[in-house]
Ligand binder design. Sequence first.
Ligand SMILES: [Zn+2]
Length: 241
Amino acid sequence: MVKSLFGRQHKEIPLLKVNDELIDDREKMADIFNVYFSDQSNIDDSNVQLPNLEKFTSELTTIEITEKDVEDILLNLDTSKAIGPDCVSPRLLKEAIKSWNSQTNELQNSPSLLAFKNNFRSNREIKPVFYYCGSRSGQIYHARIRMNCSGLNKHLYDRNLIQSPKCVCGDPETTDHYLLKCKIFNVPRQRHIHNLQIPIKISTNVLLFGSDRLTVEQNILIFKAVQNFIISSNRFTSTIK
Ligand SMILES: [Zn+2]
């Protein structure tokens, strides 16, 4: 009933009664509250003598903090606590400290975030150059097979995307089956893979990763041959341009 009397405008905020006066201006109400609450915590100290505290005489001349000390403190952080004024989550600090301490001094002291990212990338294990040979689509198909996430039925089956891992020929369509065994792809295999002139036995592993017993040029031959085999087998729908 009161709400209906005062209308819709201030139905959420009740009026304030001060000295028999009803206040409905929100700013005035806020000021009144401000004055009231700050009055509660103001202490009149105009006639109070400040205590005479003794000057401290001892001081810390040096302090030694090791990486291990910092690591120990961070590893004991309570991750259920809220983030501090630095806006870094205690969980991140706790989980990242070991990884951070394992980086080189140069990387840790990178002058900027961009420099840090670039240094970090160049510190990571570098892929052999022959991973970058051939065509873009060939590289992508090859890499997908290498990472077991290609369109081969065994790879799709392992990710619960299809009901059966079998090839059209009836055998499970594994990487080994596709690259080296399936009769359906005998012609492109003969042309591209069996014709390879390399001094070691051809295996699935060599076809996917190359070999450190071979020269870069020989590994490039292998990678290009496998990519050509994949593309000319037409096994995968060409969606890569
Ligand atoms: Zn087959």
